[in-house]
Write a protein that binds this ligand. Structure first.
Ligand code: ATP
Ligand code: MG
Length: 251
């Protein structure tokens, strides 16, 4: 299970020997390797402080890379500015503060398309977002700051999709949601994949995330400890031990 297979040419994201951190003295990521193939849903799990958010912030160009490689469809993207990542097809939904609270739902979604010039297509995509998240259509004139936690997550995901990303990274999309809404969010994640979007997801909710994922990685202390097919990880006792301090698997 440990180790990463040789990357296929259609790798969407390929991370190798990645070392990164917020201050020069402390490395948070200490040699991470992960792969996401085109069309895959890959989940990253791990205890609090493992470096999950740091990993996706680093891929998104928001944390300094000290060593290693990050490739998006074979192009080295280390050093690319965060705002240029969107143009290259990589979108990111942060763990917190991921909507513009004073703007309406619709303005938030339009912001997501701000790098696009195809006005007619943007209108069509707005319609698609309201089909994916009917609740947002009802609330489209309302300031995003007045929405519930689950509705805000929907706005954040829809805004990211408005950029028409090829790869979408989600940091804990189910955080703070009721079990029912967790199910809804992951159903939407599946729908988004069927639109042709590749996804890298960070989650605390291991069972729900692995249930809709192809593969997963478990991080601890800035390194990947275990990786494998989602079903294998669910049944792997080592994952339960690493992730939840359990003796047995998650299933
Ligand atoms: N802006 C920052 N400046 C300095 N250190 C940070 C910063 N953000 C995170 N860290 C540190 O980096 C480490 C990894 O944090 P990170 O947010 O990546 O963890 P995580 O796996 O996403 O945890 P959680 O499950 O709690 O979201 C932690 O020790 C944290 O204190
Ligand atoms: Mg985090």
């Amino acid at each position: 299970m440990k180790g990463v297979p040789a990357s296929a040419p259609e790798a969407a994201l390929r991370v190798r020997d990645l070392v990164a951190g917020y201050t020069p003295e402390v490395d948070i990521l200490r040699g991470i390797a992960i792969d996401v193939a085109r069309g895959e849903i890959v989940t990253v799990l791990g205890p609090n402080g493992a470096g999950k958010s740091t990993l996706i912030k680093t891929i998104a160009g928001l944390v300094a890379v000290r060593a290693g490689r990050i490739e998006l469809f074979g192009d080295d993207i280390v050093g690319v500015e965060a705002h240029d990542m969107v143009r290259r097809g990589l979108a990111y939904v942060p763990q917190t503060d991921n909507v513009f609270v004073r703007m309406s739902v619709q303005e938030n979604l339009e912001m997501g398309a701000s790098a696009r010039a195809d006005r007619g297509e943007i209108e069509a995509d707005l319609g698609r977002m309201y089909e994916l998240f009917p609740r947002l259509k009802e609330r489209r004139r309302q300031p995003a700051g007045t929405l519930s936690g689950g509705e805000r997550q929907m706005v954040a995901v829809a805004r990211a999709l408005m950029a028409r990303p090829v790869v979408l990274m989600l940091d804990e999309p189910s955080a703070g949601l009721s079990p029912k809404l967790v199910g809804v969010v992951f159903e939407r994640v599946r729908d988004i994949r069927s639109l042709g979007v590749t996804m890298l997801i960070v989650e605390q909710n291991a069972k729900a995330a692995l249930a809709i994922s192809d593969r997963g990685y478990v991080l601890a202390e800035g390194r990947e400890q275990v990786s494998g097919a989602a079903g294998e990880l669910l049944a792997n006792p080592e994952v339960g031990a690493l992730y939840l301090g359990m003796r047995r698997g998650l299933a």
